[in-house]
Design a protein around this ligand. Sequence first.
Ligand code: HEC
Ligand code: HEC
Ligand code: HEC
Ligand code: HEC
Ligand code: HEC
Length: 233
Amino acid sequence: MANFFPRWSNLLPLKIAFCAGTALAGVALAFAYYATPKATTVGYQPAQPIPFSHKIHVDQLGLDCRYCHSFVDVSGTSNVPTGNTCWNCHQHVQKDSPKLAPLHKSMNVSYEGYDGKPIEWVRVHKAPDYVYFNHSAHVNRGISCQSCHGDVDKMEVVFQAESHSMAWCIDCHKAPEKHLRPLEEVFNFSYGDKDVAKYAKANSGIKTTEDLGLKLKQQFDIKPKTSCATCHH
Ligand code: HEC
Ligand code: HEC
Ligand code: HEC
Ligand code: HEC
Ligand code: HEC
């Protein structure tokens, strides 16, 4: 008896099953990321070898983030400063503070326990190895440290303020206007609606940081991608 069905139709149920399976997996993946807080580690605050306070150094002394994190606007990874950066000041300031003993151990050749080894800061934020992230690509397009790390300038001890989950990244990639700032405001931790007037012409209708963000998005053609290959090579 002749086969009335064309050859490919034998594969049809399989194809349907495959497509349904893929769609389900997609839904499951989306659900896992959008509905469960599995990926979040908000609040993670490891103890550091020296109780270094951003509040003292940034908020009170007025140091710019780039004084210490000097690669953040020129490279993919930000750096944590070496002992030299601290020693510039602390060979003169607070010399006898017991809190600075590990700095003396690392930097001060006349210190009793000197070993010259780098200070071992404990990493707070860490994306998994299969994720591609780039600091300068954000900072140089008007995204502030504050949007991703919270109010670091007020932190006595750094903690993770935002979830850094995949949904979190994608939410901003879809609507960056909520966070976009003029480039000269990226390191300004008190930026708010009050600053907008400087950049908006009278009668332009721009009143909030988000209005301005939308204008910047258009002006500089800012279009963060959301395809998987953007963040997973
Ligand atoms: C005087 C130097 C100094 C300045 C200025 C400074 N930092 Fe830091 N920062 C450090 C050191 C040292 C560490 C590592 C120890 C720690 O986590 O507290 C650090 C850690 C961090 C971390 C956590 C890194 C990780 O492991 O994930 C973030 C985020 C950060 N700084 C952001 C900022 C921002 C934003 C500014 C500007 C508002 C800033 N820092 C200014 C020295 C500095
Ligand atoms: C630009 C100069 C400068 C730099 C750079 C600097 N500090 Fe400081 N630091 C100060 C000053 C000034 C104080 C004292 C502030 C006060 O007493 O209100 C201080 C205070 C401190 C204290 C508190 C000491 C105590 O006993 O209360 C610690 C700890 C400290 N710094 C660690 C560091 C570390 C670690 C680095 C490098 C990552 C660093 N500092 C870089 C100027 C600096
Ligand atoms: C778009 C979000 C975003 C912005 C903006 C951002 N960061 Fe980060 N930061 C991250 C993520 C994500 C990580 C973890 C990266 C990794 O593990 O590869 C991180 C890690 C760090 C680290 C640890 C070292 C490293 O590179 O992994 C430091 C220090 C840091 N950020 C400082 C800063 C400072 C200072 C600014 C502002 C000048 C800033 N960040 C702006 C998201 C951001
Ligand atoms: C607060 C907003 C915001 C957050 C959060 C954010 N991004 Fe972005 N991202 C942007 C903007 C804006 C751009 C620049 C788009 C452009 O230049 O058109 C960008 C660009 C990128 C690029 C392209 C860089 C290049 O080399 O071209 C990558 C990769 C990226 N983001 C990864 C991530 C990852 C991974 C996360 C989460 C850990 C993340 N982003 C979180 C706003 C954000
Ligand atoms: C803007 C950046 C960005 C984009 C676009 C993106 N991802 Fe992710 N993805 C991440 C980050 C960040 C993580 C890690 C989150 C964490 O630390 O839990 C992640 C994690 C994952 C994981 C790991 C799940 C697990 O449980 O280990 C898978 C699978 C994944 N992504 C698939 C995808 C697929 C498929 C797409 C395209 C539809 C995509 N991603 C698009 C940033 C992104």
